[in-house]
Design a protein around this ligand. Sequence first.
Ligand SMILES: Nc1ncnc2c1ncn2[C@@H]1O[C@H](COP(=O)(O)OP(=O)(O)OP(=O)(O)O)[C@@H](O)[C@H]1O
Ligand SMILES: [Mg+2]
Length: 195
Amino acid sequence: MNSGQTEGATPLDPNETAGLLLTHLTTREELNYWEQQNINEAEQWAFARRQTDLLSQKFICRLHKKMFGNVWKWAGRFRNSYKNIGIDPWQIATETASLCENTRTWITHATYQPDEIAVRFHHRLVQIHPFPNGNGRHARLMTDLIVKQILHQPLFNWGSENLTSPNETRKKYINALQVADRQLDFAPLLEFVRS
Ligand SMILES: Nc1ncnc2c1ncn2[C@@H]1O[C@H](COP(=O)(O)OP(=O)(O)OP(=O)(O)O)[C@@H](O)[C@H]1O
Ligand SMILES: [Mg+2]
């Protein structure tokens, strides 16, 4: 059940593994499958209506719950544990709220081009790493919703490949996030999302 084999993935700690609602699952493949079913439902729900409170802590948690609530007991709740990626757990609520506020300001003042606003939001959300797991998939869907419903841009392609399995495309994605981490340079990520 440990996702440590995939580069850039968050290992689950035993408390979190204990939160698996589908107790009949025995392999990671089965888990991936049921998570994906849940995510498909969540995507349909999310895009079917105009979300008026997208940039809020409440919606961030609500979307995570919609995406993983059939599979994980802790879906939609911020983590209490420390991770190899992510800020200290006690800072998550305030940092998430200030990310939402900053993003609203960037939009109001057109501080950056629309794609760059979306990419900066995405990078900071995965850097915060609010949840025990599912942060990458959740932050990509959050970003897609912002791109579509607030920025009115065509959706990102995210490298046009499955980012959850360990492949070249995922490597590029993680590298681009790391360049943004180290150098505050968003160019590689900006290019990646439209590739
Ligand atoms: N060095 C890094 N800097 C910033 N973000 C990172 C870094 N490494 C990984 N990430 C982000 O963390 C995500 C993995 O976190 P987590 O396992 O919680 O998400 P997931 O949705 O389960 O995984 P995945 O995105 O692989 O499907 C990656 O998708 C990526 O967005
Ligand atoms: Mg994961």
